[in-house]
Design a protein around this ligand. Structure first.
Ligand code: CAP
Ligand code: MG
Length: 438
């Protein structure tokens, strides 16, 4: 590497730098390529994600010095990778735009030749940055208020199979689920407005089901209607949801994009809707511990952008790959007013949310009445439990499946062992017979 080249990048490393209160801090896990020092690697990350480029330049704009990011701390993880802390001056970022932040800090740097791997573990937002964002409109309390559910976990079901229902069939199954005791029917992520089940026709049928189920049960019910689509279509769908009197929308925000989510959040404000955040696509970049972006960062951006619910995985059980400690950190960063890292956790920093409302964490993926207990024990009751196959797969049908989930919740909250409760509750007994318990 020519010396001059290195010097350019070293300008972006300053171990004596004390981060300012207004700086945005990112924590990277950096795996330098063989022959590249950690200084060179860290400097490249800070440079390319702020104002630097690969060569010296013959021009110097007036804000250049002020906008430089600084890699100010490096820690050897002893496995060829390092943690690197980079401070970004606030002036680097446009007000209120997650796409702009992502283009800098979650941008070109992942592809740099000098690195074998780069993972963004945390981004800490200063108060001044948070002020530019609305955060959740309803938050946990607001969602509980909409549904009239005080303390227990909120329950949702995705009718399975994922696709194939006509609007009428979907309405029928939605009714069974709701009347059986579930609070929310949730669309699957790839259920949009396909030819066999157009969005408005489905919405109409689900709203009829909600109406009937509310009258029969005396409980409030809702529909996590998947409005994810092209922007204009999404706008139409959000308005339709509000016109039909439903209080929720679902946005698959990583496939739709941050701008789509932020736009949905603006419309949700107008119509008073709560937003359910589904995260399909996340594992493409959250799963590799050496490269990509952590779910922790996605969760933080989700809170900033204003999700009311967000999928975070299932601790220790279920069908998706998830590390319990990470799931719990994700839940804490969504719910707590100030996130504090666990003892010895170097990957995360403290985050004061400056008053943004908390987001309801969603545990989903392979849940059934027999494995809800450890989820509640680990995540508590301020959680949304989504049970899809675990309701629709009940041997006696979706209504019995929904009842079994509700019975399992009652038993867990009353502290009664599931087997004992199942003696008096046939639906739960049949579910445990099929899936067992953990
Ligand atoms: C769950 C689900 C969710 C996953 C996604 C599914 O259904 O609807 O999309 O939970 O994972 O299609 O698999 P089941 P995550 O209840 O039938 O498993 O929540 O981890 O983002
Ligand atoms: Mg799904």
């Amino acid at each position: 590497m020519p010396e001059k080249f290195d010097v350019i990048y070293h300008e972006f490393v300053d171990e004596s730098y004390e981060p300012q209160e207004t700086d945005l801090i990112a924590v990277f896990r950096v795996t330098p390529r063989e022959g590249i020092s950690i200084y060179d690697a860290a400097g490249r990350v800070a440079a390319e994600s702020s104002v630097g480029t690969w060569t010296t330049l013959s021009v110097k704009p007036s804000f250049f010095e002020k906008l430089k990011a600084k890699a100010y701390r490096m820690h050897d993880l002893g496995d060829g990778s390092w943690l690197v802390w980079v401070a970004y001056p606030l002036g680097l970022f446009e007000e209120g735009s997650i796409p702009n932040l992502a283009s800098s800090v979650l941008g070109n740097i992942f592809g740099m030749k000098a690195l074998d791997g780069l993972r963004v573990e945390d981004i800490v937002f200063p108060r001044e940055y948070i002020r530019w964002f609305p955060g959740p409109q309803h938050g946990i309390e607001g969602v509980r208020r909409i549904l009239g559910v005080d303390k227990r976990p909120i329950l949702a079901t995705v009718p399975k199979p994922k696709l194939g229902y006509t609007p009428e069939e979907y309405g029928k199954v939605a009714y069974e689920i709701l009347v059986g005791g579930i609070d929310l029917v949730k669309d699957d992520e790839n259920f949009a407005g396909q030819s066999f089940c157009r969005f408005e026709a489905r919405l109409r049928e689900v709203m009829k089901a909600i109406d009937r189920a509310e009258k029969e049960t005396g409980e409030r019910k809702g529909y996590l209607a998947n409005v994810t689509a092209t922007i204009k279509e999404m706008e139409k769908r959000i308005k339709l949801v509000a016109d039909y009197g439903n209080k929720f929308i679902m946005v698959d925000f990583l496939t739709a994009g941050w701008a789509a989510l932020q736009h949905a959040r603006e419309l949700a404000e107008e119509y008073g809707l709560a937003i359910h955040g589904h995260r399909a696509f996340h594992a493409a970049f959250t799963r590799n511990p050496r490269h990509g972006v952590s779910m922790f960062v996605v969760a933080k951006l989700g809170r900033l952008a204003g999700l009311d619910h967000l999928h975070i995985g299932t601790p220790g059980v279920g069908k998706m790959d998830a590390k319990t400690a990470e799931v719990l950190d994700n839940a804490r960063v969504l719910r707590e007013p100030v996130f504090k890292p666990r003892e010895g956790d170097l990957f995360h920093l403290e985050q004061d949310w400056a008053g943004l409302k908390p987001v309801l964490p969603v545990a989903s993926g392979g849940l059934h009445p027999g494995n809800l207990q450890p989820v509640i024990e680990k995540l508590g009751t301020d959680v949304l439990l989504q049970v899809g196959g675990g309701v629709l797969g009940h041997p006696d049908g979706p209504r019995a499946g929904a009842a079994a989930v509700r019975q399992a919740i009652d038993a867990i909250l009353e502290g009664v062992p599931l087997e004992e409760y199942a003696r008096e509750h046939r639906e739960l007994a049949r579910a445990l017979e099929k899936w067992g318990r953990v």
